[in-house]
Design a protein around this ligand. Structure first.
Ligand code: CTP
Length: 372
């Protein structure tokens, strides 16, 4: 990494120093080594918060079973863990351990927890292990780690300086203290768009309905809401400070007219529910949109898809609309893939094949980037 022009500071766990001397690491990194909360000789405090803020990326390699467990559970009993907990940059971790330790359900659970928190895994590889056994658990090769880091930073930060709002997921409309009306949206498409925007340097605000925050990059600001009204409040407030917004959430169109304070009891044979319209979040943003703001939405259709999408594009004052049809296999709620057509206000139409949502997000962000 030094050879590629990076500035490197090394933070060691106390155990790491049994394997490698501070002198080696400081000579190679051209910086002092950090291993304790205090510098022993002077008693000076090491500011782990500053270390975490200084870095553009943190790489934990090798990441032992012990450190992995502590990271996944928020332990803070050494300087490395304190720096990890304070870091607001992307964190890469390279598991390295014996094969059975690697395969142990606890380790696998910890790895998936770390991914869920937005960390990036540099996966272990198969090969000879310190124990003499051969299998998976060997640290990703240093050259490969350096290569992954270089490509990560080479991804052009074309959207840096841009602030973008994305919404995703369903809304839940409360009926009584134990029931709601909701939908099957998983939020995966919106999360993928938010991640793609963030990877290009945008500052991203994600207003998310009641779904898990798994897989969202750690540098995305998440505001979690439940109802359409809360979605409206959060989005309309954030939008005023944004350069663009892409609204992908499956916001409920109607909510129960009355929200009961107590559980509704089963008394009568029939039960009729009165519903009232919710606010259209996207339309309301279209009404307050400034000339220098870009607004895009989704259209989920089952029939007359182009006609309906074009009328939403016009009525909601959008720059472009992303149409997905529930009739296409590989598209829609909960799926890992999507098939979209983008219709622009200018009349241009872009059609795309069915692809993983992560790649669909690239297509959407490529188009948004031309506006910004
Ligand atoms: N939308 C919204 N607020 C609502 C309903 C929809 O912001 N109360 C947004 C969605 O996030 C999406 C777009 O409007 O970006 C279109 O949503 P869609 O469900 O396709 O259409 P609707 O406008 O709800 O109309 P209809 O259900 O009649 O098709």
């Amino acid at each position: 990494m030094i050879k590629s022009g990076a500035q490197v500071k090394v933070v060691c766990t106390p155990n790491a120093l049994d394997f490698v001397t501070p002198l080696t690491l400081s000579t190679l990194s051209k910086n002092a080594i950090y291993s304790h909360f205090f510098v022993k000789e002077t008693g000076e405090w090491v500011n782990h918060v500053e270390l975490g803020k200084w870095a553009d990326a943190m790489v934990i390699a090798p990441c032992t079973a012990n450190t992995l467990t502590k990271m996944a559970n928020g332990y803070c009993d050494n300087l490395l863990l304190a720096s990890y907990l304070s870091a607001d940059c992307p964190v890469f971790f390279a598991p390295a351990m014996d094969l059975d330790m690697y395969l142990h359900p606890t380790t696998q659970q910890n790895i998936s927890d770390l991914l869920r928190f937005g960390n990036i895994e540099l996966p272990a590889v198969e090969g000879e292990l310190a124990s003499g056994l051969v299998g998976k658990g060997r640290m990703c090769e240093p050259e490969d780690i350096a290569h992954i880091m270089t490509s990560y930073f080479q991804k052009e930060k074309t959207l840096s300086g841009k602030t973008i709002l994305v919404n995703a997921g369903p809304t839940y409309e409360k009926l009584d203290p134990v029931r709601f009306i909701g939908n099957y949206s998983s939020g995966k498409m919106g999360k993928a768009i938010a991640n793609e925007l963030a990877s290009r340097g945008a500052s991203v605000n994600l207003v998310l309905g009641p779904v898990t925050t798994d897989g969202i990059a750690s540098n995305i600001r998440i505001v979690q809401i439940e109802s359409a009204q809360e979605m409206y409040q959060a989005c309309s407030e954030i939008f005023t400070t944004c350069d663009a917004a892409i609204l992908s959430a499956a916001v409920a169109d109607y909510r129960p007219a009355i929200q009961e304070d107590h559980k509704i009891k089963k008394k009568t044979e029939d039960f009729n529910l009165e519903m009232v319209k919710t606010i259209d979040v996207l339309k309301s943003l279209g009404e307050i949109k400034r000339n220098n703001q870009i607004l895009a939405g989704f259209a989920l259709e089952t029939q007359n898809k182009y006609e309906n999408a074009l009328s939403k594009l016009a009525q909601k004052n959008l720059d472009f609309i992303i149409l997905n049809s529930m009739n296409d296999t590989g598209a829609g709620f909960g799926k890992e893939t999507n098939k979209i057509t983008i219709l622009e206000k200018s009349g241009k139409k872009h059609t795309f094949d069915t692809k993983p949502k992560k790649d669909v997000a690239i297509d959407v962000v490529n188009l948004l980037a031309t506006y910004l």
